[in-house]
Ligand binder design. Structure first.
Ligand SMILES: CCCCCCCCCC/C=C\CCC/C=C/C(=O)SCCNC(=O)CCNC(=O)[C@H](O)C(C)(C)COP(=O)(O)OP(=O)(O)OC[C@H]1O[C@@H](n2cnc3c(N)ncnc32)[C@H](O)[C@@H]1OP(=O)(O)O
Ligand SMILES: Cc1cc2nc3c(=O)[nH]c(=O)nc-3n(C[C@H](O)[C@H](O)[C@H](O)COP(=O)(O)OP(=O)(O)OC[C@H]3O[C@@H](n4cnc5c(N)ncnc54)[C@H](O)[C@@H]3O)c2cc1C
Length: 616
């Protein structure tokens, strides 16, 4: 599987290179090419062993290295002359970066760094492609000068000979073993023992070690986290894609499969005529659209911030960090749960490998963990919200994506309930700000009672993650509302198309309202009649969107090869394809399986003989 994946990955990398030249001639940013065709990754169902090379290794060299270091390493990496990975996580640490054990000791006598993974728990563990594919890596280690810790630093480390691919002396490298999915990625382990690299192999755009051992700190230490921010932005787009693929499969299957008459004596309808089936499938279609739009917005913000950082302007980093965390968490959670809901919506056939929904789930699910475990990132955002609430209390302005927090903080009560889109959006935002206020009261009380900030974060963790989740809902719903209602190109849309978009907005807002009804009722009085009216509107908008479900998913434009699903094929010949896939199963090559003579027949005969004996 690994070699097949590498073969496919090389073909994909060549296609990316051609896309890049088309989208971005001579440029080094792969993102425009990815925008055009990240579906390439879907062609490698066991995962792309070059994705970390493309997404992290090349970008870290460009963004964290000096221009000279880019010339020495980055250009060859961009040209795929060398293949690298991003080796940060260790067997013993993934989240708590300050706890990483790999170390780099500066030897001013030789102007080299001596790299070590001192214990088994210090081994790098998980980096994509590390096991078999890569011959280089960005090695993240704690920097020591004269045995004094200086914080994390990144080093370009060659791990395999470029000609023979043999591991170099002092390198212990290999594959970490089978996973739930992505088994073509060869995630690996790496141990280094007294492995020396020249001083100029430490990436020094933002922090430096001078030949005499003097350390020049980075102006903003967090800029070293930037490679992770980029992937979090990519996860938002990738996982909205996975959800869109699963929604396409389940929608097409739901208009082919007929089951259970709705009226006695009537023919069996398409299962998408059942209201409960509509509630399983159509919200997921809309969620995929909502997150694709949010991810595109985030990517624009990333590009702007990356350019600013390149000019040493770090002012937008905190907002990008907060939004990248929020969207990475929301898209990975909602896509993972949504794909499983869509699999279940396809009944037994959804459980067949030929339906491909299991593999799409296995590709989407690890995004809840990699690039920052989701609940840890929610806590990150919770901490940022606490800082911003302090700003609100001090009457200071907040970053644009949090401006609604200031507005809601000035409201003494929620206005008269109208049930309009603006009302629903404001209700979600108001509940978020109420949750932030409560979390702040708990957090601040703990800090005031002499608890450390870290401890106060831990003991306020449930309220902090709730506030973070509602902030994510507010941002995503607000972005969707703006795109549908206030978009500058709204007038270019046909009335019919605008109506479909507005139906999707109606469904998204009502669905989020019901998902967080408890959080909302904590801060807003809404009558039973007003809630029942929203229930009716939910049922109505599902009915309204039912005729457009297939057209919307067709507009995702996944061809059959990308979907790789007997349930979601464009021609709708589901049963023929399921049967064709079944007949290809190795067990169907013989009428009598080998295990009959070897195991089953003796087993049955032994039972028959025992039965006879017991009768005698
Ligand atoms: C052909 C390819 C096609 C591709 C198509 C699309 C594919 C896309 C998907 C990719 C597929 C596969 C790739 C998977 C690869 C996976 C790679 C990895 O997993 S790499 C390892 C990831 N690891 C992590 O994310 C670690 C998580 N932990 C952390 O980030 C930190 O430890 C943290 C933040 C949890 C704690 O930090 P710390 O303990 O240092 O302190 P604080 O929390 O107080 O933070 C200090 C200060 O810094 C600010 N901060 C933190 N993080 C960031 C950041 N990233 N950016 C900016 N600022 C940051 C924080 O807010 C604090 O600020 P302050 O003002 O001081 O309060
Ligand atoms: C498919 C895949 C690909 C990966 N690719 C790479 C790669 O290319 N390069 C790389 O460097 N890494 C990679 N990783 C590793 C990934 O980044 C880590 O798994 C991730 O950062 C989580 O760290 P961990 O595994 O140590 O989990 P832990 O941090 O041990 O988390 C375990 C549990 O502890 C909780 N926890 C941890 N810290 C806190 C806290 N402060 N507060 C509250 N709860 C906490 C978490 O929420 C979680 O529930 C990959 C992982 C996967 C699954």
């Amino acid at each position: 599987m690994a070699s097949m994946s590498v073969k496919h990955a090389i073909a994909a990398a060549k296609k990316l290179r051609s896309l890049q030249e088309r989208f971005n001639p001579g440029g080094s940013d792969i993102y425009p090419a990815l925008m055009g065709d990240e579906a390439i990754t879907a062609l490698i169902p066991s995962g792309n062993p070059l994705s970390v090379h493309i997404l992290m290794f090349t970008r870290a060299l460009r963004e964290q290295g000096t221009d000279e270091q880019y010339e020495k390493f980055g250009r060859r990496a961009d040209n795929n002359e060398i293949i690298g990975t991003f080796a940060q996580t260790e067997l013993g640490h993934g989240t708590y970066l300050r706890g990483l054990e790999a170390r780099a000791d500066y030897d001013r006598g030789t102007e080299e760094f001596v790299l070590n993974t001192p214990k088994l728990s210090s081994y790098k563990w998980w980096p994509g492609g590390l096991g078999q594919t890569c011959n280089y890596c960005i090695f993240v280690a704690q920097l020591y000068i004269d045995n004094e810790a200086k914080g994390m630093a990144m080093f370009v480390v060659q791990i395999r000979d470029e000609e023979t691919h043999m591991p170099l002396p002092g390198v212990h490298v290999g594959e970490i073993g089978k996973k739930m999915g992505l088994n073509g990625v060869n995630n690996g382990f790496l141990g280094l023992k007294d492995y020396r690299v020249p001083r100029l192999n430490m990436l020094m755009r933002h922090q430096q070690v001078l030949p005499d051992g003097r350390f020049v700190k980075s102006p903003v230490s967090q800029v070293s986290y930037f490679p992770m921010v980029f992937v979090r932005c990519m996860v938002a787009r990738q996982n909205s894609n996975y959800l869109a693929q699963a929604a396409t499969i389940a929608t097409r299957y739901s208009v082919i499969r007929r089951q259970s008459p709705i009226e006695e004596g009537q023919p069996e309808p398409k299962i998408l005529e059942h209201l409960t089936q509509q509630m399983k499938v159509i919200p997921e279609i809309v969620t995929a659209v909502v997150y694709r739009l949010a991810a595109a917005n985030l990517q624009n913000m990333y590009n702007e911030t990356a350019e600013a950082v390149y000019r040493k302007d770090f002012s937008r980093l905190p907002e990008l960090h907060a939004l990248a965390c929020i969207l990475k968490v929301a898209t990975s959670y909602d896509s993972t749960y949504g794909i499983e809901r869509l699999r279940q919506a396809c009944g037994g056939h959804g459980y067949l490998t030929a339906g491909n929904l299991g593999n799409i789930f296995a590709m989407a699910a690890p995004a809840c963990t990699y690039e920052g475990e989701n609940s840890v990132l929610y806590l990150q955002v919770g901490k940022i919200l606490m800082k911003n609430w302090s700003q609100v209390l001090a009457g200071r302005e907040l970053m644009p994506s949090m401006a609604y927090i200031s507005e809601c903080s000035k409201m003494t009560s929620f206005p008269q309930w109208t049930g309009s889109w603006e009302c629903l959006l404001k209700a979600i935002q108001y509940a978020c700000v109420g949750s932030i206020r409560l979390a702040f009261q708990s957090y601040n009380a703990r800090v005031q009672s002499a608890q450390s900030q870290t401890a106060a974060v831990n003991y306020s963790g449930l309220e902090l993650t709730k506030a973070a989740e509602l902030h994510g809902r507010s941002y995503v719903a607000g972005n969707f509302y703006q795109q549908i209602v206030n978009s500058p190109n709204k007038h270019q849309r046909s009335p019919q198309f605008q109506k479909v978009l507005e139906n999707m907005l109606e469904l998204h807002l009502i669905q989020i309202f019901f998902r967080h009804l408890g959080d909302i009722l904590r801060f807003i009085r809404i009558t039973e009649d007003e809630i029942s009216a929203l229930q009716r509107r939910l049922e109505e908008v599902l009915k309204e969107l039912r005729p457009d479900a297939v057209a919307i998913t067709d507009a995702f434009d996944f061809n059959d090869k990308i979907l790789s699903s007997a349930l979601g094929c464009y021609d709708g010949n589901v049963y023929e394809r399921l049967f064709e896939a079944a007949l290809k199963h190795p067990l169907n090559r013989k009428s009598v399986p080998d295990f009959f003579e070897a195991h089953l027949k003796p087993f049955m005969k032994e039972n028959a003989d025992n039965a006879k004996k017991s009768k005698l």
